[in-house]
Design a binder for this molecule. Structure first.
Ligand code: HEC
Length: 209
């Protein structure tokens, strides 16, 4: 019994300690948020925390979500003949919407400053081929002209917003059309930063044709 009371008491104590810590952290947060000068916004680096490399964002968010949208309206040759893929159910359209949102928001992640191009020790795909930039050169090229990076990312977001509007109207033909614009936006950025010196055949970043 007393053990239980002690247990309960110490739990309450623990809750109080936690509350104090939370309050302390909150105050520290407020202090950090307010920066050194009154009303001056804190440096972005203290608010946003880029962890994934650009390459990992390509592989985990950009490429899978774009591929989903390309495949959503497509034809596939199978042993049983040609199969037409189109979103039909509410669930199909909702899944397409979610993938479009992932792609649009991934654009915001690509605009964050200080994000590495590859994870430590990693290398850009096809780095051994002529005309392919290395991670340091890509980062430098992105930082040298932030307006250009913004334009390229916004082009991808605009194309995907077009896809999102098509999804909202449940218009498969318009979604297919927007898929072409998305492909062009991928390609424009890759040509600028990844393989400005060449256009190797079969490089990733486009719908299966
Ligand atoms: C803001 C510029 C930018 C946009 C827009 C962009 N990419 Fe990339 N992508 C890069 C850069 C830079 C690399 C090369 C470095 C790397 O591997 O991440 C790359 C690499 C890739 C890779 C290879 C990853 C690897 O190393 O295995 C794939 C796949 C890819 N992108 C897919 C896409 C697709 C699909 C789209 C469009 C839906 C897209 N990207 C749009 C900048 C961009």
């Amino acid at each position: 019994m007393s053990g239980q009371r002690r247990g309960a008491g110490s739990r309450a104590g623990a809750v109080r300690v936690c509350a104090a810590i939370v309050a302390g952290v909150a105050l520290a947060g407020v202090a950090a948020e307010s920066g050194s000068g009154a009303g001056r916004p804190p440096p972005a680096a203290r608010v946003l925390r880029p962890v994934a490399s650009v390459q990992e964002i390509m592989l985990s968010e950009v490429n899978p979500s774009a591929t989903y949208l390309w495949n959503a309206v497509s034809t596939e040759s199978t042993a049983q003949g040609v199969v037409d893929h189109r979103p039909t159910s509410e669930a199909d359209w909702l899944a397409a919407r979610h993938q479009a949102l992932v792609l649009i928001e991934a654009g915001n992640l690509l605009l964050m400053e200080g994000r590495p191009i590859v994870a430590r020790g990693g290398q850009v795909e096809d780095a051994e081929q002529p005309g392919i930039l290395g991670p340091a050169e890509i980062r430098q090229a992105m930082d040298a002209d932030r307006a250009r990076l913004r334009r390229l990312v916004h082009a991808l977001q605009d194309a995907t917003l077009k896809a999102l509007a098509a999804i909202e109207r449940k218009d498969a033909d318009a979604l297919l059309d927007a898929g072409g614009d998305i492909d062009e936006a991928c390609e424009a950025c890759h040509k600028t930063y990844w393989y400005p010196g060449s256009a190797p055949a079969g490089i990733a970043g486009g719908p299966a044709k």
